[in-house]
Design a protein around this ligand. Sequence first.
Ligand code: EPZ
Length: 441
Amino acid sequence: MAEDSEDVLHVVGGKPLNGTIKVRGAKNFVSKAMVAALLAPGVSVLKNVPEIRDVHVVSDLLRLHGVNVDVNGDKGIVTIDATNVQLADVADVDTLSGSSRIPILFSGPLLHRLGEAFIPQLGGCNIGGRPIDFHLETLRKLGANVDKEHQDGIHITAPNGLHGAKIHLPYPSVGATEQTLLAAVLAEGRTELSGAAIEPEIMDLVAVLQKMGAIISVDVDRTFRVEGVKELKGYTHTSLTDRIEAASWASAALATHGDIFVKGATQPEMMTFLNVFRKIGGEFDITDKGIRFWHPGGDLKSVALETDVHPGFMTDWQQPLVVALTQANGLSIVHETVYENRFGFTKPLVQMGATIQLYRECLGSLPCRFQQRNYKHSAVIFGPTPLEGRDIDVPDLRGGFSHLIAALTAKGPSDVRGISLIDRGYADFRGKLTALDAAID
Ligand code: EPZ
């Protein structure tokens, strides 16, 4: 692969990461809240927005549809005026294909505003099949005509508008839940969505929609009930903190024997992670301004964990934490039940000296959807093993951050290539590493 020197981070590992960094709003919320603004012919203001690539991808797609978007990166404020919305030129939309998974969520809002939508081929991390069958089934049940997927995208129409429906998700998909909510709020009549996801990022999206005038309730059995309304208005909202970025830095503190204060981190959304962090032997202190994570010295303990939908241990937390588990005493087990192919990032870790074995079996308390299928979705990590620096290629967003942590943990130099992929979800990570006294250039 042609080495773009800009896209390589030279790391000399072996130094503890010590210091303070600030984490802003959640990547997996702010992009959806920006799409929600499309539902109202008015001005919406979103605060605590991180400076990440996903925000610019969604801004570009909104602008292609005639929407005014102002992104103030310094202040972390995005102002969206969706008074005028127009159909975008397919060729223009297609230029954004492969850049993100968010475009599929434009479907409902565009169908309400324009009666049709063209959705480019989606991007997103290569961690599994990433199907969108639930999304398309939901739109059909709500009254949309979904043409078969063309090679360059999907054309969706709703000449008679959208109407309420009774929808059940076979798996609590975050995206499909968001798809349904964004389409149902202006659909005629009631929509019932059972088997839904209730991640904190989704509940913050529900808060935004309620501010806009929507009527949404969620029951104890994870069923959302939406009463369609005639119109919505703009919102002002401050995003919840990015619990994935906060946990990633916490894992870096553990792996490098460091001490990191993560400003903005909040406990409620991270409780499952905090329990595991403590069981491994990490220390944390929760304050009103954020959470301090540190390695107290001594040995780290191995753990057995299983990823799951909220309030389980989040799939996006496991990749950075696996690096810390290579430094823990004994055998750790990670059973990944959300994505079938999320352990590809472990190969470079093994080449750096880690002992990690992948299995097709469900090595957890419950058999999951990938049981008896040909996916190595369980990992056993033996530690502690010293890591040696080496050149590594970033495979995906969270795996890439894991490679960064591994390079920072390893003795000696590493060149981490394809580093710009990490910009998708970790704002100014180079600046943060410098603030933590990491040896990078
Ligand atoms: C969101 O992805 C997040 N991305 C992911 O974070 C996160 O890991 C995931 O939710 C789970 O929490 C964004 O919000 C942009 P899903 P999404 O639909 O919505 C099945 C990161 O690094 N499925 O919950 O795409 C399929 O098995 C990213 O920030 C279908 O079968 O996740 C999939 O593996 C990675 N059909 C599983 O659900 C569908 O139509 C989870 O997918 C949809 C999903």
